[in-house]
Design a protein around this ligand. Structure first.
Ligand SMILES: [Zn+2]
Length: 228
């Protein structure tokens, strides 16, 4: 299947900031430049425990549920605590961004409706209802998603122009516009964003998970929505 072929060996977690400890995946990110609560840039933090939650992701080329430990920090300026979220996921979702992209793409790139577009291998992890919900949220932020993927690509492509990959921009298949009569523009934008992700990763010779993590990092830095 196409998405598996896109993946590179050894790129499971592009940020490279994870290690395994007693069966738990531990995220070891640096405290942020700016406090997410008071926006102080003094970087005066104390480590304040950690936060354990489930994370559904790809390990190798298989979907796995892993325990993920995220660090917590206390800002000494405003005294608030906050958790640090890896760029591979969204703070409010258990499923990693790349799997969400794969679920969405299975539907967007297929001629079939939602119930038949999802490959059987996803049946345990993504029901048509779940993916329909993802699709609804993803369409609402499709412009932002496209913007951050484009920005990440431009930064990594330089000095080559982004147009080298997209000759006028790819167009979504007719079948998608038929399936998404209610909001064809939003569905098209989302399709373009994800097509750009896959083609961009290929042009850069990177794993799409890496490009997706870069794009999410940019949205996190600017406190903007991304993907969902
Ligand atoms: Zn603070």
């Amino acid at each position: 299947m196409l998405w598996r072929e896109l993946l590179k060996e050894g790129a499971d977690f592009p940020s490279g900031r994870f290690f395994r400890h007693r069966g738990v995946l531990v995220y070891k990110g640096d405290p942020p430049e700016v406090c997410p609560v008071c926006e102080s840039n003094e970087r005066r933090y104390h480590v304040h425990g950690s936060f354990l939650r489930w994370f559904v992701t790809l390990v190798g080329r298989k979907i796995e549920r892993v325990r993920l430990r995220k660090p917590r920090f206390k800002c000494l300026i405003c005294t608030h605590t906050f958790s640090l979220h890896p760029p591979e996921g969204l703070s409010y979702k258990h499923t990693c961004n790349f799997l969400i992209v794969v679920f969405l793409w299975s539907y967007l790139a297929s001629t079939a409706g939602m119930h038949r577009a999802l490959p059987a291998e996803f049946s345990e992890d993504a029901s048509p209802r779940t993916v329909s919900r993802y699709l609804k949220s993803a369409k609402a932020v499709a412009v932002e998603t496209q913007q951050f993927i484009r920005e990440a690509l431009i930064e990594k492509m330089e000095p080559r122009p982004i147009e080298e990959i997209f000759f006028g921009g790819p167009d979504p298949p007719e079948s998608l516009l038929k399936k998404q009569r209610a909001e064809p523009e939003k569905a098209s934008t989302l399709w373009r964003a994800l097509a750009m992700l896959f083609q961009g990763a290929k042009a850069l010779n990177e794993d799409p998970r890496t490009l997706l993590a870069w794009a999410n990092q940019r949205s996190q830095n600017r406190k903007r929505r991304f993907l969902l």
